[in-house]
Design a protein around this ligand. Structure first.
Ligand code: CMP
Length: 142
């Protein structure tokens, strides 16, 4: 089915100047960018986005990393987009990420892992709505 998923290019990858390289991999895989913005997250915005991880030991470091510089937040649309996007990103821990995936190529640690992708269509709906209004998502007409 055609799905939408939320993609975040994290501060480490923005700092490495690989936004275009990452977008190119999405496009080559047939995923379409239907919404996009660059944003320097506030602490409250990062905490809200990752609220489900609030009790985890890594939460404080995660929020501090995610607010350390700008991110690029996008909505990707395509066949099986949630899984297709996660395949392109590779495993959360770059040590486990398959060669040729974004995390294998650009991430250095599980904390600074280059990109985020929604883990299910349910999370995707919540995450897309967290960052984008309905009018900011632009279905392709051509
Ligand atoms: P992300 O997909 O953005 O969702 C939560 C983030 O927490 C995850 O990517 C990792 O960058 C980070 N993180 C740090 N430690 C862990 C861990 N032990 N398990 C899962 N995520 C972790």
């Amino acid at each position: 089915a055609i799905e939408r998923t939320l993609s975040i290019i994290k501060p480490d990858a923005v700092g490495k100047n690989v936004i275009g390289e990452i977008y190119s991999r999405f496009e080559k895989a047939g995923l379409k960018i239907v919404a996009a913005k660059m944003k320097h997250l506030s602490q409250a915005e990062a905490e809200g986005f990752y609220a489900e991880h609030r009790e985890r030991g890594f939460f404080k470091d995660l929020v501090s990393f995610m607010t350390s510089g700008p991110v690029v937040v996008s909505v990707l649309e395509g066949e099986n987009a949630v899984l297709a996007h996660r395949d392109i990103l590779g495993a959360t821990n770059p040590k486990d990420a398959a060669p040729g995936t974004i995390r294998a190529d650009f991430a250095v640690s599980i904390d600074e892992n280059a990109a985020h992708g929604s883990d299910s269509t349910t999370s995707a709906a919540r995450e897309v709505a967290y960052f984008f209004s309905a009018l900011e998502v632009c279905p392709r007409t051509r």
